[in-house]
Design a binder for this molecule. Structure first.
Ligand code: SAH
Length: 242
């Protein structure tokens, strides 16, 4: 009986006959939660070698081994899109990370802004959410979650060839901004905090040549809704949904 695929991200080489060590968290998930046993199949991916079907060869309480049998999915690449977001409350930030991975991004960059809700962001916790989301959604990569960075510094060091789509709740010009920029090119989306951007942040963004202000419709969306909506709009125009 073919159940749902059980996928696990491992940071080890994958290849024909390769034995892969499973750590305590992975052993707990596979053998206690999912109730896999010796000889059962699990799909492994590491972000480099595609997805492999592997067979459980050792199923301990704290560790295990799976042996790669065959590649099931070749290595893919995410669209060259970064999501910049300003941390909101913890659960909502977790939601943004999870949804961004499902929607398809290469990188997540938390940005510190004037009105952000939360000073603290545990990048390694968010990275773990990204891994879980990648396991669940079938991606063969895990987007990197960067450390929190001040918006100013990020803009000062911005790679000029990467268009930055700024979700601007005050955007009222003609059109919606999204037409700007070629398909497939490097891009990023910037979503503000619950409190929105400050006047000086808005002025700075509006003046930058690599920034395009975009609207997400006539209502004010919560930051996490805005992130998902903006990712969908970008994906249908420029990304791997086309
Ligand atoms: N408190 C702010 C709203 C912040 S909403 C205010 O009342 O103006 C959080 C973020 O979501 C915004 O900074 C923006 O990046 C994005 N956003 C929400 N609604 C949007 C819209 N209609 N168009 C573009 N961006 C939007």
């Amino acid at each position: 009986m073919a159940g749902p695929k059980i996928r696990v991200f491992v940071d080890q080489p994958l290849g024909q006959g390769q034995a892969v060590a499973l750590n305590e968290a992975q052993a707990n998930y596979l053998f206690s939660v999912m109730r896999l046993g010796l000889g059962d199949a699990v799909q492994l991916f590491n972000g480099r070698d595609g997805e492999w079907q592997a067979t459980v060869a050792e199923a301990g309480r704290r560790r295990g081994i799976a042996v790669c049998a065959a590649q099931t999915v070749p290595q893919g690449t995410p669209p060259d899109l970064w999501l910049l977001f300003s941390p909101v409350k913890k659960d909502r930030t977790n939601f943004i990370v999870e949804k961004a991975v499902e929607m398809g991004v290469a990188r997540l960059i938390p940005v510190a802004t004037r009105h952000m809700n939360s000073e603290r962001l545990r990048a390694e916790k968010q990275q773990a959410h990204a891994v879980e989301a990648a396991e669940q959604c079938g991606a063969t990569w895990v987007p990197e979650v960067a450390e929190l960075q001040p918006l100013d510094r990020l803009l000062a060091n911005w790679p000029a060839a990467r268009r930055l789509f700024w979700a601007d709740e005050g955007c009222s010009g003609p059109g919606n901004g999204w037409e700007d920029g070629p398909a497939g090119a490097a891009a990023a989306i910037l979503i503000g905090p619950e409190g929105g951007f400050s006047a000086d942040e808005r002025a700075r963004l509006a003046a930058l040549p690599f920034v395009t202000a975009v609207t997400l419709g006539p209502r004010i969306l919560r930051a996490e809704t805005a992130a998902v909506a903006a990712l969908a709009l970008w994906q249908t125009r420029f990304g791997d949904w086309r």
